[in-house]
Design a protein around this ligand. Structure first.
Ligand code: COA
Length: 373
């Protein structure tokens, strides 16, 4: 069995940023308009009056201060509250592949490779823009990669599931180098009219190169000491969008075709699941949590991350041990832990051990133990 290493990462950050204040102003204008238009029905008790959102609540409850998006105009238009991302003709590169390529190029470059060195492409993401042909094959084609590509979706855990898949491919010798990409246009699946969740997500793309240690030449290499995945069915985070239910009898999309969740239940049930996964994985690998230099967690909610980290380390934690990027990027689904790793791993020294972890819908969770070479 070969040894797999992470030899490069890349990050694409969209050009537009939205603060909580801007988001809340648009949402509240929508609420005021809705309540005015439905004043009679609200007074008659037929429709429930909508409530304002609040920037203070958002920051306190989630830790999010802003998010990056592919389109700002549509999201902040109170009459629309939905991004404007025009459909492209089949002759043009799809938007998901385009942002994936931007992150992929940086990762390939950081690994000291060219696209021709790559054998396989995996897109691992929760927000796919179409079922087929795979966006991974589109990226493979655009970069001139000779090999294979496929898409996979395990919601917010897609990156760790993608990493394990890529590591298994490399370890078994089926391919020498795999490019794993997480393009997440989460604004497409977010219901910006839902007060409970309109602030949660942002858009981004990340990419990781996984290759066999015997040929890796990057200055910065992370040996993959172990990978572990877990899933446990739950309806508490769900998106019913699919080709079997494109519209209702009037041809109108329904809110459950977007992201919905029972946030409190998710919090309560996922924190122990993730902490157990991490501590069990470390123990089975013969590692003491006290020896971990850093954990790069999925970025969903600041309080969840603090609780998970406290359970793992059994002490108070700080931003050096558990970097947070959620304040600036919001929840970027599968890409969150990879952004944290990309931005906050260079200062670790050879021999230092860290752990990358994702969690989300499914429920699903993944743990990847890394040691700097
Ligand atoms: N602005 C102002 N107030 C709001 C609000 C908003 N946008 N949204 C909800 N509230 C109010 C609620 O009405 C409620 O008021 P009440 O106490 O008078 O009934 C109160 O704030 C608390 O609401 P609740 O939904 O229970 O908030 P919370 O503390 O659970 O925080 C989340 C909400 C979503 C931030 C939090 O549950 C969470 O992050 N959970 C985990 C989500 C997650 O990680 N999902 C994974 C996706 S990958």
């Amino acid at each position: 069995m070969k040894t797999a290493v992470i030899s490069g990462t890349g990050l694409y950050t969209p050009p537009h940023k939205i603060s909580n204040e801007e988001l809340v102003t648009a949402f509240n204008a929508f609420v005021d308009r809705f309540n005015a238009e439905n004043a009679a029905a609200i007074a008659a008790g037929e429709i429930e009056e909508l409530q304002h959102s609040s920037a203070e609540f958002i920051e306190k409850a989630s830790g999010v201060k802003s998010r990056f998006v592919m389109d700002k105009k549509g999201v902040l238009d109170p009459e629309r509250l939905c991004p404007i991302i025009p459909e492209r003709s089949n002759d043009n590169i799809s938007v998901l592949a385009e942002i994936g390529i931007a992150a992929a190029k940086e990762a390939i470059n950081n690994a000291g490779l060219t696209a021709q060195d790559i054998d396989g492409v995996i897109i691992a993401a929760s927000n796919m823009q179409r079922p087929y042909p795979a966006m991974a094959i589109e990226i493979q084609n655009a970069l001139g990669i000779d090999g294979f590509g496929f898409d996979m979706n395990v919601a917010c855990s897609s990156a760790t599931f993608g990493l394990q898949t890529a590591c298994d491919i490399v370890r078994s010798g089926s391919a020498q180098r795999v490019l794993m990409v997480n393009p997440e246009i989460c604004s497409g699946h977010l219901n910006f009219r839902d007060r409970d969740s309109h602030f949660i997500f942002g858009d981004v793309a990340t990419a990781v190169i996984i290759e066999s240690a015997d040929t890796a030449k990057s200055d910065t290499q992370w040996e993959v000491l172990g990978t572990r995945l877990r899933t446990s069915f739950s309806n508490n985070i769900r998106n019913n969008f699919g080709f079997l239910n494109r519209c209702d009898e009037n041809g109108i999309g329904k809110p459950d075709k977007l992201f919905v969740q029972e946030g409190r239940k998710v919090f309560k049930e996922v924190v122990p699941m993730v902490a157990d996964l991490i501590t069990g994985h470390l123990s089975d690998t013969g590692l003491d949590p006290a020896g971990l230099r850093r954990i790069w967690l999925h970025q969903a909610n600041i309080h969840m991350n603090i609780m998970i980290a406290k359970k793992v380390f059994n002490r108070d934690i700080d931003s050096d041990t558990t970097p947070i990027i959620l304040d600036e990027y919001a929840n970027t689904s599968s890409a969150g832990s990879v952004i944290a790793f990309h931005k906050y791993s260079q200062d670790l020294k050879p021999g230092d051990t860290g752990l990358l972890c994702s969690f989300g819908a499914g429920y699903s969770a993944g743990s990847i133990i890394l040691r700097r070479r």
